[in-house]
Design a protein around this ligand. Structure first.
Ligand SMILES: [Zn+2]
Length: 420
């Protein structure tokens, strides 16, 4: 069987990931597999479930490449719409799933009881699997996870679909692919050969500065804050970026206080700490030496809302890390409201800012700001152009077809020039 693949979300943009894989075998209804079911941000489109080519109740499997909300955020709505299949992901993603969704659900008008019910269903439907082992689905379909090195638990997926007359037809979904030399996480695994590669292209048109450059930039920012007693605001995703920043600040040995003003960020940091079997060699070696890689003396947790309120009046120097990463909501908004008008302060953007988000509007100077604005793509959790190209070239032979998704037109165009 050669499956039909439809890109229902993040086809031409970077948020709202959702892909449908359908096999049709004669009179049989075939197998319906959904890969990710994420929320869209800013101007990115989100296809209503009524317009899906398949009813949610007819989806057999929902695969989740990782636990970022733009890949999992619509799972509760999919269940409300009738989905009752299996949710398949890695072990670490399974651990991260409920905390991440709980945070999103707490901003909806659902009652506590409804939220609890949904979380119980998600927990019952979801299963964690190992990396690099082949597992069987129905109708002879197999899948295997490779480590994508993007965040804890992130994977790329290789499906193989049996064919009567030829060998298996194989498809790889890259999910979000990470960088090499990412703090805490091992580098992405190399992909096997495949007939079709569905590849992300977020940074298909540019190359990041290396880890050394971004540590230098972070260091410079710390010195500036020390000298002018300002506050450095870092809007960061609770999952992934926050832990990477803590790791790098720990290595630098910062003298000024660092506040993690994000209950979710703190909960996820605890999960990162607990799941040390997924860390890279460097992080494991630090822990073995007695230096916990994501904990240090000047690091402060701000959990309660009243402490967050107090922090709004804090005089620098300080670093405040708070969500959301694209300034679309969360505690970072209160901080920006208090500190944007002060030239002593700085905002340090370390992640992708989608079109239409406040983060992008600040960078594009569409919002009056007196604080310094800095962007550093080197902190991205996404592979850059050369890494994407090298990852594809590492395949034993080139894929039969490559489809670029999860990128704006400019990025897809630039990347396709290197892949064809
Ligand atoms: Zn992601």
């Amino acid at each position: 069987m050669i499956p039909e693949i439809k890109h229902l979300g993040a086809k031409n943009c970077v948020t709202g990931s959702c892909h449908l894989v359908q096999t049709h075998s004669g009179s049989d209804s075939g197998v319906n597999i959904l890969v990710d079911c994420g929320k869209a941000y800013g101007h990115d489109p989100e296809l209503a479930f009524e317009r899906f080519p398949v009813l949610p109740r007819d989806i057999d499997y929902l695969f989740l490449t990782h636990a970022h909300i733009d890949h999992i955020g619509r799972v509760p709505d999919l269940i409300d719409a009738g989905f009752q299949g299996e949710i398949i992901c890695t072990h670490a993603t399974k651990v991260l799933l409920i905390p991440m969704l709980h945070d999103t659900l707490s901003f909806t008008d659902k009652s506590d009881k409804q939220v609890q019910r949904l979380e119980k269903i998600i927990d019952e439907l979801s299963w964690g699997f190992e990396y690099n082992e082949v597992f069987a689905l129905k109708k002879g379909i197999n899948f295997k996870f490779g480590n994508a090195g993007h965040i804890l638990g992130s994977c790329f997926i290789r499906f193989s679909f049996p064919r009567k007359s030829a060998g298996d037809y194989t498809v790889i979904f890259s999910g979000d692919l990470g960088c090499t030399d990412t703090p805490i996480l091992p580098d992405p695994d190399q992909p096997d050969v495949c007939d079709l590669l569905v590849l992300e292209s977020t940074y298909g048109d540019r190359n990041h500065t290396g880890r050394k450059n971004r540590i230098d930039a972070l260091n410079k920012m710390l010195h500036k804050a020390m000298n002018d007693k300002g506050i450095v605001y870092i809007p960061a995703f609770s999952l992934g970026r926050t832990q990477e920043l803590i790791y790098e600040l720990d290595r630098i040995g910062t003298k000024i206080p660092v506040f993690i003003d994000s209950p979710l960020g703190l909960e996820i940091t605890k999960i990162y700490s607990d799941l040390d079997s997924f860390w890279d060699k460097e992080a494991k070696a630090l822990k073995a030496k007695g230096d916990h890689p994501i904990d240090f003396k000047n690091l402060y947790s701000v959990e309660r809302f009243r402490d967050h309120k107090k922090l709004l009046n804090f005089k620098g120097p300080a670093i405040i890390i708070a969500g959301s990463g694209m300034c679309t909501g969360g505690r970072i908004l209160d901080h920006l409201e208090c500190g944007l008008d002060d030239p002593k302060n700085d905002i340090f953007f370390v992640g992708y800012q989608a079109n239409g988000t406040l983060g992008r509007r600040i960078i594009d100077k569409k919002v009056p700001v007196k604080a310094g604005i800095h962007t550093l793509t080197g902190y991205s959790a996404h592979a850059d152009q050369s890494l994407l190209v090298n990852w594809v070239r590492a395949m034993p032979e080139p894929p039969g077809e490559i489809r670029l998704v999860h990128g704006e037109a400019k990025a897809r165009q630039a990347l396709s020039g290197f892949l064809n």
